[in-house]
Write a protein that binds this ligand. Structure first.
Ligand SMILES: Nc1ncnc2c1ncn2[C@@H]1O[C@H](COP(=O)(O)OP(=O)(O)OP(=O)(O)O)[C@@H](O)[C@H]1O
Ligand SMILES: [Mg+2]
Length: 518
């Protein structure tokens, strides 16, 4: 096949070559199977295939074993014989070892380039999910975001969000008139959740320089797509953060990429490992949004592939959109397993040569029941496929090798250091200082005024100046002055914001309102 990725051999004796058609690769996919059945290697060979076809790939590396993509496999490893034998069996005559253009990323900045985003970019819905807020608390967060927008306060990092919450609390009497009750208890609860997030490393994730998607979507001079590997081992300890971050990334892609309809090959393919984490106790509103993003992002040329042990970890509406499927072996110990297996089998177009359900139970490691989209996007008849061996190294590379790759990356130090520019916390700080100064001035003037009044009464004559009027005028004057300088500061920041490398709005309308606003 000219426009396809070779995935393995099917049919009798495994000699019929099976391909993933690049034209339909943006119609999403699923890699499922019990533990140890070959999901990660399947992901690896798909990533290799996309990269070789000039399609950049993003993947989360949960166990660290996908870092092997950066280095070639070797004839010296134990598995060499098994690989060559497997390749021969499926007629993969030009099997060879090769390394791929991998770029390492890490939310915590330890195992790769740091990935940052701003609080505003993530938006109230995802932040609420991240903090596991109740509906009432989420309502307050929405108000805080809206206020920040109205007041021109960029919320970049967690410090900004904290400051904004304090400010919302201080002004809650006025704000409650406009927006309904804002309780101190709810604000306190959000602040405590923020502390937890900070302890999980959230401080590093929110801020600037924010990730520039273009840096993930590069195709090298050799025509190969960059493979972005997100270190997700530590991240798995904070599953909420993991899921929210990946959702954010999807929503960013959706927003920033132009419509392309049905391209010859995807612009980017996104692999979502441990996909069940996305949906575990996710509120319906969020699941609906994931479903919506999955449906819409296709026309931006982005294919999303979910990896999970059991297909029933994934909500039905989303599962229904996953056109390209690699189903590794499923076990059927319990009644629930059996039901899940039957349901999984029923979603495939039957092959007269074998029974889908029992085959899913029987297939060996690195073997799968597969169904890829064919002409006109129709699912192909199910195949029993022996998956090809990987060309890159199987398993993790050493820490030293990883550090070397990161140091040699042509992204250089672009993301290395966080930049803390003027934003909500500093601006609110200045605002508070200005207010304190104004209050002090006013007090001062009041003192002067009473002194003048005393003098006036003592002198019992007309002084020529209406002391009280001039006092109130000058007081107002002071406030005007502070307001305008504050306005000036806001305007400056706004200009910076608009001119900023990311060119983003302060709080955006977002995903056509998908994630960042309700
Ligand atoms: N396509 C393949 N070619 C060659 N060997 C394979 C292939 N797929 C799987 N294997 C072998 O099976 C082992 C387990 O596969 P893999 O790590 O992909 O399982 P997994 O489903 O990701 O497991 P887990 O759920 O524990 O992450 C691999 O280390 C490799 O030795
Ligand atoms: Mg795995």
């Amino acid at each position: 096949m000219d426009n396809g990725i070779f995935i393995g051999g099917g049919g009798a004796d495994y000699v019929e070559k099976q391909f993933l058609d690049l034209k339909y690769a943006n119609r999403h996919g699923l890699i499922a199977g019990a533990t140890g059945t070959g999901k990660t290697v399947t992901l690896q060979i798909l990533a290799e295939g996309f990269s070789a076809a000039g399609v950049p790939v993003f993947l989360s590396d949960v166990k660290g074993d996908l870092s092997g993509l950066a280095e070639p496999g070797s004839v010296d490893v134990n598995l060499h014989d098994a690989f060559t034998e497997r390749a021969a069996r499926i007629g993969f005559t030009d099997f060879s070892y090769d390394a791929f253009p991998a770029v390492f990323w890490d939310l915590f900045g330890k195992q790769g380039h740091p990935v940052r985003t701003t609080v505003a970019e993530m938006g109230p819905l995802l932040i609420s999910r991240l903090l596991d807020l109740t509906e009432a608390q989420e309502g307050i967060l929405n108000i805080a975001f809206r206020l920040a927008d109205e007041q021109g306060l960029p919320i970049l990092d967690l410090k900004d969000l904290q400051a904004l919450l304090v400010w919302t609390g201080e002004n809650r009497a006025d704000l409650s008139l406009r927006y309904g009750n804002i309780s101190v208890a709810s604000i306190g609860a959000i602040q405590r959740r923020l502390l937890v997030l900070e302890n999980q490393g959230g401080t590093q994730i929110f801020g600037e320089p924010a990730l520039d998607l273009a840096d993930m979507m590069r195709v090298g001079k050799d025509g190969r797509g960059q493979i972005n590997i997100l270190a997700a081992d530590t991240l798995m300890g904070a599953p909420r953060l993991y899921a929210t971050f990946l959702l954010w990334l999807l929503s960013e892609l959706f927003e920033e990429l132009p419509e392309v309809g049905d391209p010859d090959k995807p612009k980017l393919v996104f692999f979502f490992d441990e996909a069940h984490l996305l949906f575990d106790d996710a509120p319906k509103a969020l699941v609906d949004k994931v479903e919506q993003v999955a449906r819409l992002i296709r026309s931006k040329g982005v294919g999303v592939y979910f990896i999970s042990q059991n297909p029933d970890d994934i909500p039905e509406d989303i599962l229904g959109q996953l056109g390209n499927r690699v189903q590794h072996a499923l076990r059927a110990f319990t009644a629930r397993d059996k039901k899940a297996l039957r349901m999984a089998a029923e979603t495939y177009r039957p092959n007269p040569d074998f029974d889908t359900e029992s085959t899913i139970r029987e297939v060996g490691v690195g073997e799968a029941v597969t169904s890829m989209l064919m002409k006109k996007g129709v699912p192909g008849i199910v195949q029993r496929t022996l998956i090809r061996p990987p060309s890159s190294k199987l398993g993790p590379i050493t820490n030293a090798a990883r550090s070397k790759h990161v140091a040699a990356s042509d992204l250089g130090t672009k993301y290395a250091d966080a930049v803390d520019r003027d934003s909500a916390s500093e601006m609110l700080q200045r605002r508070a200082e200005a207010a304190a100064r104004a209050a002090e001035d006013a007090e001062h003037r009041e003192e002067e005024q009473s002194a003048a009044e005393r003098e006036f009464s003592a002198a019992r004559r007309y002084s020529g100046t209406r002391v009280s009027r001039s006092s109130s005028k000058s007081r107002k004057g002071t406030l005007d002055f502070d307001d305008s300088s504050l306005g000036g500061a806001i305007a400056n920041v706004l200009v910076k914001e608009i001119k900023g490398t990311t060119g983003r709005r302060i709080v955006r309308g977002i995903l056509g309102g998908l994630f960042k606003a309700r």
